[in-house]
Design a protein around this ligand. Structure first.
Ligand code: C2O
Ligand code: CU
Length: 484
């Protein structure tokens, strides 16, 4: 990782050189193209995946070849109201099969976009109509689930925002999709996808971080304004830990779901791959000032994400007393008394217990076949497999998850949001509902949920190289055994 991020630092110092030149322009807004959903009788929204180009690097550098949706990077921001029906016609303009997965959205199983499991991959030149209701308000995103390490890694992703009927009051509502690219010296995407080294370590960590597909130098803000900032981590593997340089961002939602508004530990906003964090930030600086947002997640590898620059005027003098409490989504509360407990153990990777200890012969054998990561001793070799768990529809479950590896893993469950109830035995404090939970090395995390959405659902690490190297399983919610 070290050598790679040093390349990033060089890239950033080139930006510092650029700042003194004439080519510098301040970027005031970074908003993806917005799309309102068509009504039920109108044509669905067309989302076309294809090769294209994007200006990831600032001028005077030329464009980068990417794969993107509708020619924009990120793809268009799909924005609907809670309860709306989302209808998207996905068209495949790539040279290989693809799907669209609606990350964090509780869709019917057939709309989940998992190749072979919930649908055939959309063939080259083919189409697939995705259609489902937006049950939950919040910040979500979409991306392919077919060869996702490369398809997402080349730029196929976009935001999906479901607005509350009565949103909290803010002056601006911004979405920042963060991504991390492994770029070559000539500004193209390095083609070394799926290496054994990335799979065994922390995944494909890159050397160039973009916000909404750009490397902005600074973003304009106003003294006194209140911003709702929706952070989405679209990176294959990089975890962000953002320090807002003296501002006190308040976390109001995680993975789209409201939490008790709280200041994050050490004032650092941690966003693992695929996770979303909604922040409310009061811009408490003075007109003319500026501050730097720094990513401090990896020790000794801090870098400047972007500067916020206050304009000359002041919007208001005091911090507004408007509520930050988002209205709850219609999620079924798990019955902790009746819940069935399951133990899930993660193994594998470099420097893991498996590497150190003996007696795990079957995992060693699977490793020889190229699988690096195991859930309860099994590495997935594709999207089709026997379920890890079969849960009767409507029942409550606690998964006690043990990360017996030396690496972080953002574990994602499809089709459901779950309560994160304990970390290393300590109860969580903010009523966290998530769909992706970042587990630290050797950490134990308990999650609880009602298995209320029937079908076979992926349960996997969202470090996409870990997923590809086996860190994936299926949780089946079985309607045939419904309990009433
Ligand atoms: Cu973001 Cu299985 O997906
Ligand atoms: Cu992982």
């Amino acid at each position: 990782i070290k050598a790679e991020v040093m390349t990033l630092n060089r890239l950033i110092s080139r930006r510092h050189v650029l700042r003194t030149g004439a080519a510098f322009t301040a970027i005031s807004t970074l908003s993806p193209a917005r799309v309102a959903m068509a009504g039920p009788t109108e044509d669905p929204f067309l989302l076309r995946a294809a090769a294209g180009q994007a200006a990831l690097r600032p001028a005077p550098y030329g464009p980068t070849d990417v794969w993107s949706y509708n020619g924009s990077l990120p793809g268009p921001e799909i924005r609907v109201r809670q309860g709306d029906r989302i209808r998207v016609l996905a068209r495949n303009g790539l040279n290989e099969g693809t799907t669209v997965h609606w990350h964090g959205i509780r869709t019917p199983n057939a709309m989940d976009g998992v190749p072979f499991l919930t649908q055939d991959p959309i063939p080259v030149g083919g189409e697939f109509l995705y259609e489902f209701d937006a049950l939950d308000a919040g910040t979500f995103w979409y991306h392919p689930h077919q060869r996702s390490s490369e398809q997402v890694g080349r730029g196929l992703y976009g935001p999906l925002i479901v607005e509350e009927a009565n949103p909290i009051r803010v002056d601006r509502d911004l979405t920042w999709m963060l991504d991390d690219w492994r770029m070559t010296g000539d500004g193209q995407i390095a083609t070394d996808f799926g290496t054994r080294h990335d799979a065994m370590h922390g995944g494909r960590i890159g050397n160039s971080v973009t916000t909404n597909g750009q490397i902005p130098d600074r973003i304009a803000v106003r003294s006194g304004e209140r911003i709702r900032l929706r952070l989405v981590n679209a990176a294959n593997a990089r975890i962000f830990g953002l320090d807002f340089g003296g501002l006190a961002p308040v976390v109001v939602a995680l993975d789209g779901q409201p939490v008790s508004p709280h200041v994050p530990d050490d004032d650092i906003v941690v966003v693992g791959p695929a996770m979303r964090v909604d922040l409310v930030i009061d811009m408490t600086g003075k007109p003319g000032e500026s501050l730097t947002i720094t990513d401090v997640f990896y020790r000794d590898l801090e870098y400047r994400l972007v500067d916020l620059a206050y304009g000359p005027d002041r919007l208001r003098d005091a911090v507004p007393d408007w509520s930050m409490e988002l209205p709850p989504n219609p999620l079924a509360e798990p019955d902790m008394q009746a819940a069935t407990r399951h133990q899930i153990i993660f193994n594998g990777g470099m420097m893991g217990q498996m590497m150190m200890g003996g007696g795990m012969g079957s995992m060693m054998e699977q490793m020889r076949e190229g699988n690096m990561w195991f859930i309860n001793g099994k590495a997935a070799t594709g999207h089709m497999m026997d379920p890890l768990l079969v849960l009767p529809q409507g029942t409550s479950h606690v998964l006690q998850m043990d990360n017996r590896t030396a690496w972080h893993h953002p574990m994602h469950l499809h089709g459901h949001s779950f309560r994160v109830i304990t970390r290393n035995g300590q109860p969580t404090r903010h009523r966290e509902w998530q769909d992706t939970v970042l587990m630290a090395p050797e950490e134990r995390v308990e999650i609880a949920f009602v298995a209320d959405n029937p079908g076979d659902w992926m349960f996997h690490c969202h470090i996409l190289e870990h997923q590809a190297a086996g860190m994936m399983g299926i949780i089946r919610v079985d309607p045939g055994t419904t309990k009433t």
